[in-house]
Design a protein around this ligand. Structure first.
Ligand code: PLP
Length: 441
């Protein structure tokens, strides 16, 4: 805080020349006490160092040296947003009234389009006024609902490994997290049961996310039936993250919604995202649907925090949901082709990766030869020696250790190149690519 004290030096000097010594000393004491200002903020303290940061730093350094890194690190869709959606954005932005504050819950036409999507895709009827709310991406909706429904000290059941906001949305809200092993959906169900029996106070909410980020696992309706029955029995809210609803590769088995289970609306809310289905990640548009009490709670928090997405974004999102859906089929086909190239070419390189049934990720066990070092070390070595960036499984929680996540965000040609690099890397004897200490810091 030296800067703050120095900045006040001239007023303090001026005050020193005044006769009222007591006031001067009090003033100096106050100013000096500013040097003990709290900087160890409670919420920031609860956010641990970002596990992905080390890999990101190495990636940035390699790029600064001019190296071409094939980047499977982040689930950031690389496809262009379909043209008719962009056209609608531009057309609406030309309307001079479109610059005004919009509706925090989403304009009515958008909420209707969201409800119509549920009817079309899942055969689920939603009231667009009370059971649907637009969000600034599903992540924002999830985090703000966590704020809305959590009291400090509440216990929340969260899958592990998981997309980080599932735990941190609640951690930021002051909750205590009970991490439940989600290495498979069956393991998760068993763990939920154990967790409820051993948690005091009784958990307030649980999180489900299928197709899963990062494991890419999927579930059928039976899973949701068990979750709904469990939640009703123990009076626990369910937050279902269905961000990958439309990124699936088995046309006969598209991922279901929890609301296809009778009575699910009594206990659940579900999050949807336009980021992946329509390649609109930067547009920040998603929505929450389901239980009226939860939707109202989220709406109330949001009404204090935001004025809704920019109206042209909302109108364009409406066009995305109501318009031709062949662009979504196209997106799915691209991910599927990339998945197949990844699995086949990596297998040829000596790395057997299970073929993901859905999502935009492959959840890859670390090759036997490199398992001992763990996922962070393996991710760093891949980056340095194969010029390939992946996300270490540990970054998704302790049960993610032993895996890395590969996002299908590079084209087929670059995936093949990555596999060639990986092949060379894996074929080196381990003493030929020791972890160089300077690089490993
Ligand atoms: C499971 C899951 N939920 C939510 C999100 C966030 O999506 P959005 O862009 O809608 O905030 C992601 C993004 O990667 C995700 O993987």
């Amino acid at each position: 805080m030296a800067v703050a004290v120095n900045a006040c030096r001239s007023d303090i000097d001026a005050l020193h020349n005044r006769p009222d010594g007591f006031a001067v000393r009090a003033m100096i004491a106050r100013r000096k006490s500013s040097s003990a200002m709290q900087t160890d903020f409670h919420r920031i303290r609860r956010l641990p160092p970002y596990v992905f940061e080390e890999v990101n730093r190495l990636k940035a350094e390699a790029r600064a040296r001019g190296e071409d890194i094939i980047d499977f690190g982040m689930g950031n869709p690389d496809m262009p947003t379909p043209q008719h959606i962009i056209d609608k954005l531009i057309e609406t932005a030309r309307d001079p009234r479109s610059n005004r504050y919009s509706a925090s819950r989403g304009i009515k036409g958008l909420r209707r389009a969201m409800a119509a999507y549920y009817e079309r895709r899942f055969g689920v009827t939603l009231n667009p006024d009370s059971e649907v709310i637009a969000t600034l991406g599903s992540k924002e909706g999830f985090a703000n609902l966590a704020q809305a429904i959590t009291a400090p000290g509440d216990t929340i059941l969260v899958p592990n490994p998981a997309y980080p906001i599932h735990a941190f949305g609640f951690i930021l809200a002051g909750a205590a997290i009970r991490h439940v092993n989600a290495t498979s959906p069956e393991e998760y169900l068993r763990g939920l049961d154990r967790a409820v029996r051993h948690s005091v106070p009784k958990p307030t909410a649980l999180v489900v996310n299928y197709p899963s980020n990062p494991t890419a696992q999927v579930v059928g309706l039976d899973f949701y039936k068990e979750i709904v029955a469990f939640a009703k029995k123990h009076e626990i809210w369910v937050l279902s993250d269905l961000a990958y609803a439309d990124i699936y590769f088995d046309d006969a088995n598209p991922p279901p919604s929890i609301f296809q289970v009778d009575g699910a609306k009594e206990v659940a809310v579900e999050f949807q995202s336009l980021s992946k289905s329509y390649a609109m990640p930067g547009w920040r548009m998603g929505f929450a649907a389901g239980n009226k009490t939860l939707i109202a709670a989220l709406g109330r928090i949001k009404s204090y925090l935001d004025y809704g997405a920019y109206t042209p974004v909302q109108v364009a999102a409406t066009a995305a949901l109501n318009g031709p859906q062949d662009c979504v089929d196209g997106m799915r086909a691209i991910y599927k082709a990339r998945r197949d190239v990844l699995v086949e070419s990596m297998a040829r390189a000596g790395w057997n990766i299970p073929s993901p049934p859905a999502s935009m990720f492959a959840w890859a066990p670390i090759p036997e030869s490199h398992r001992d070092g763990g996922s962070l070390e393996f991710a760093k070595q891949l980056l340095i020696h194969a010029k390939v960036a992946v996300a270490p499984g540990l970054g998704f929680g302790e049960y993610g250790e032993g895996y890395v996540r590969i996002a299908l965000v590079e084209n087929e040609h670059r995936i093949r190149q990555a596999a060639r690099n990986v092949k060379k890397f894996l074929s080196l004897r381990s003493n030929e690519h020791p972890c160089t200490p300077e690089l490993m810091k």
